[in-house]
Design a protein around this ligand. Structure first.
Ligand SMILES: *[C@@H]1O[C@H](CO)[C@@H](O)[C@H](O)[C@H]1NC(C)=O
Ligand SMILES: *[C@@H]1O[C@H](CO)[C@@H](O)[C@H](O)[C@H]1NC(C)=O
Length: 321
């Protein structure tokens, strides 16, 4: 099932009912204040559902286990869709704010607005092109999610984890595609951020019985019948061996190659040599240089001088080549 469809669907529904509200059509016999509060509550609840659906791994972390069988998507079109979803939430929030009188509701709505704005503003910097580095990435996060964020009380809980493992090849593929697009756009991590990443991946390639991914299946609560325990174990083993670890290996190989190819030019002296010799960093003519200098002084520095100095020299600045 595609979780993103339902999210956009309800935004549409919310937006339509909101429009109806704003234009006073079929308003129930309630005070306007109540209706505003209800609309805000609907927005909060729909935003939260969306947030959890977009990031099933975050949902596990905050203790909602509905989506424990899924993984976050790293597909570029999904990042773009999240952006437009967030912009729509933001628009609805801004429409609700002016009529909202209750102080607590206002504060909460303002917080949501600031959070959404931060997300929308941040998207400009395309941070999603850097999904893996030595401090974060699937090679570190999945083990943590499995062993400290998920719950294992029932047979279904264990089944969800197995489904999560089976979903990993798709996630790994999306990460590879995303990084490839990053390379096309010249957006990759610095070599220093990728140091030891390949070793981190390699550490995951252990026999299943010793794997941290198998750890939840080493002991079961009483609520899981012993006949089912064996089935769960063998299914988990299979999912780890056939789906999870090979996909990790594929990602590792891709990153290892990437570091070899792109890392070639990463030495400090090469970098500075490049700065000194690449024509991109030089002006073509004397006039271009002078104009850029004038522009910086007159239009960027000068307007800011009064912020720091009380007495500004009246004499005009002369530029001489
Ligand atoms: C988890 O989130 C989903 C989606 O918002 C919701 O339907 C469900 O009730 C939540 N579960 C709990 C235990 O809060
Ligand atoms: C390495 O740097 C050289 C010279 O600056 C450049 O021609 C080459 O394309 C670079 N290689 C990679 C893989 O970026």
């Amino acid at each position: 099932m595609n979780p993103y469809f339902s999210a956009s669907c309800w935004i549409f529904i919310l937006a339509t009912s909101l429009t109806r509200c704003l234009y006073g059509e079929s308003l129930p016999e309630k005070s306007t204040k109540n209706t505003e509060k209800e609309n805000v509550e609907a927005l909060f609840s729909e935003f939260w559902t969306w947030r959890l659906q977009q990031s099933p791994e975050f949902a596990s972390e905050v203790g909602n286990h509905t989506f424990d069988d899924r993984l976050d998507s790293y597909a570029l079109e999904v990042f773009r869709k999240r952006m437009t979803d967030a912009e729509r939430f933001l628009q609805i929030a801004h429409e609700l704010l002016p009529n909202l009188e209750d102080g607590t509701y206002r504060s909460n709505l303002e917080l949501l607005i600031s959070e959404l704005q931060l997300f929308v503003d941040g998207m400009k910097f395309s941070g999603y092109f850097f999904p893996v580095n030595r401090l974060e990435g699937v090679q570190r996060n999945l083990v943590i999610t499995v062993n400290s964020a998920m719950k294992f009380d029932t047979t279904e809980d264990f089944r969800k984890l197995i489904s999560r493992y089976r979903a990993f090849p798709k996630q790994a593929e999306e990460i590879i595609e995303l990084m490839k697009e990053g390379i096309r756009q010249g957006r990759t991590n610095h070599a220093v951020s990728m140091k030891h990443v390949v070793e981190q991946f390699a550490l995951l390639q252990k026999p299943v019985e010793l794997s941290p991914f198998f750890k939840p299946f080493l002991s079961f609560p009483e609520s899981v019948p012993s006949t089912e325990q064996e089935t769960l174990k063998s299914e988990a083993k299979q999912a780890i061996e056939k789906d999870l670890l090979p996909a990790f290996k594929k990602l590792e190989t891709f990153i290892e190659k990437l570091i070899k190819v792109l890392g070639k030019n990463s030495s400090r002296s090469d970098f500075f040599q490049n700065l000194r010799s690449d024509p991109r960093f030089f002006f073509k003519t004397k006039e271009d240089l002078l104009n850029a200098y004038k522009d910086t002084v007159d239009n960027i520095i000068r307007p800011k001088l009064p912020l720091v100095f009380k007495n500004i020299p009246k004499a005009k600045l002369m530029y001489v080549l």
